[in-house]
Ligand binder design. Structure first.
Ligand code: PMP
Length: 440
């Protein structure tokens, strides 16, 4: 009997024993192409010698020193590298161990900022339906995924929901993408007015939506308008790039492509590339300065903040991006994978939408392409696709079931940045076989 408490308590999972580039190998020797990097994590694949050596060297020298007493070379170097590469003003970096922790830190920083500024009424969090910001109670509250929230609802702080960016389902007939984006930004504006701007703390959003409905891209101009709305009302804009950041969409920060800089950004996953657990919350100088010049103490913290070995992995990951021009490869292979998906599934009667950016691509499956009617949730189409893809030797990230009253089956593809042209065909061929097995 296994004593591990697995996510799916009734499933028997294969045992991963080795990694080889873009592939994982199980205890039977079967190879799987990691088409989703787990959940958009392993961007350098599974056997990167540079990160491995950096981690070993760091452990030999200094594994960990508590940030209550010390800073460390790798944490300083990684913070320098991130702030040098980040959108304007995001110069302060707070290192944590993962995405949910980064979101918790962002929410608490936003709150403390307003307390220190003498605006303690600012407490409301506005978020979007069908969003995901993590599974700890604060981050879960800040997300708009009803299924994940439901059992814990009595434990969650109140948040206020506005519409997600979901072009395929929500853009009205005859409405241009720009008009759709303007409508969504106006909805946020109205919600802030309704709550009273002096009571609103932040708006939190994934720059490109990930774990709930698969690579939902914002309409053109949406985030520029959102930035204006937040500025006008003094509301902090928190962008959650835990999944879509760190090069995944073709720029180090996804918001670079939106032409805006948030007040706070969260990153994780690709930052440690799976070699170490690390995330970060980055904020604008003025937020940091308010706390430095106020109480002088951010009332937060975890034991593993700024973990030296995790930071050393992060430094090695960013160096790999630079030295091997990997984000350019994300753009190149992303365009090729998108074209191959369009060619294979563009006319498929059960594929409603193919979307995304860079190597962050979503496919939405429907029962009826003309009406966009989803499959019955009881069929668990995405779950079946995951299993069928694994049987073919492909990992893809499934999302299925009822999402905020709307059913949907989606598959997220987020392969490693080191993938080669030949892998495009491997992904699409295996996915296509899985689709044939499950829905024809
Ligand atoms: N935010 C987003 C956008 C995510 O996709 C995730 C994880 N899927 C999280 C936060 C939570 O990150 P973690 O699982 O590392 O706590």
């Amino acid at each position: 009997m296994s004593h591990v408490f697995p996510r799916h308590t009734r499933a028997t999972l294969p045992r991963a024993v080795a990694g080889d580039g873009c592939h994982l190998i199980d205890s039977d020797g079967k190879r799987y192409f990691d088409g989703s990097c787990g959940a958009a994590v392993s961007c350098l694949g599974h056997s990167d010698a540079g990160v491995r050596d950096a981690v070993k060297t760091q452990i030999d020298q200094l594994a960990f020193a508590h940030t209550g007493f010390f800073t460390s070379d790798p944490a300083e170097e990684l913070a320098d590298m991130l702030s040098a590469r980040a959108p304007q003003g995001l110069n302060r970096v707070y290192f944590v161990s993962g995405g949910s922790e980064a979101v918790e830190a962002a929410l608490k920083l936003a709150r403390q900022y307003y307390v220190e500024k003498g605006e303690p009424d600012r407490r409301h969090i506005i978020t979007r339906r069908q969003s995901y910001h993590g599974n700890t109670l604060g981050a879960l509250a800040a997300g708009g995924n009803e299924w994940r929230r439901a059992p814990f609802a009595p434990l969650l702080i109140d948040t206020h929901l506005v519409s997600p960016c979901y072009d395929y389902r929500d853009r009205a007939a005859g409405e241009s993408p720009e008009e759709y984006g303007a409508r969504l930004a106006a909805e946020l504006d109205a919600r802030i007015e309704m709550l009273g701007p002096q009571n609103v703390m932040c708006f939190i959003a994934e720059t490109v939506g990930g774990a709930t409905a698969g690579a939902l891209t914002p309409p053109p101009g949406y985030f520029r308008r959102v930035r204006e709305v937040c500025d006008r009302h003094g509301v902090l804009l928190i962008l959650d790039e835990v999944m879509c950041g760190m090069g995944r969409t073709g720029s180090l920060f996804a918001c670079e492509q939106e032409g805006i800089s948030p007040d706070i950004v969260t990153i994780a996953k690709g930052l440690g590339a799976g070699y170490q657990p690390i995330g970060a919350m980055m904020c604008q100088d003025r937020i940091y300065d308010a706390i430095r010049d106020g109480s002088g103490f951010f009332q937060h913290g975890h034991t593993y903040l700024g973990h030296a070995t995790a930071a050393a992995a992060g430094v090695a990951v960013l160096k790999a991006f630079d030295d091997r021009d990997l984000i350019a490869n994300v753009r190149d292979k992303g365009a090729k994978l998108r074209a191959a998906l369009d060619a294979e599934f563009g006319q498929h009667p059960h594929v409603g939408d193919i979307r995304g950016r860079g190597l962050f691509l979503g496919v939405e499956f429907v029962a009826d392409r003309a009406t966009k009617a989803p499959f019955d949730a009881s069929r668990s189409v995405a779950g079946q696709l995951k299993a069928a893809a694994m049987a073919e030797g492909l990992i893809c990230y499934p999302m299925s079931g009822t999402i905020d009253g709307r059913q949907g089956d989606h598959v997220l593809l987020a392969p490693p940045f080191i993938m080669e042209d030949a892998h495009v065909d491997e992904i699409v061929t295996k996915l296509s076989r899985a689709v044939k097995t499950v829905i024809g």
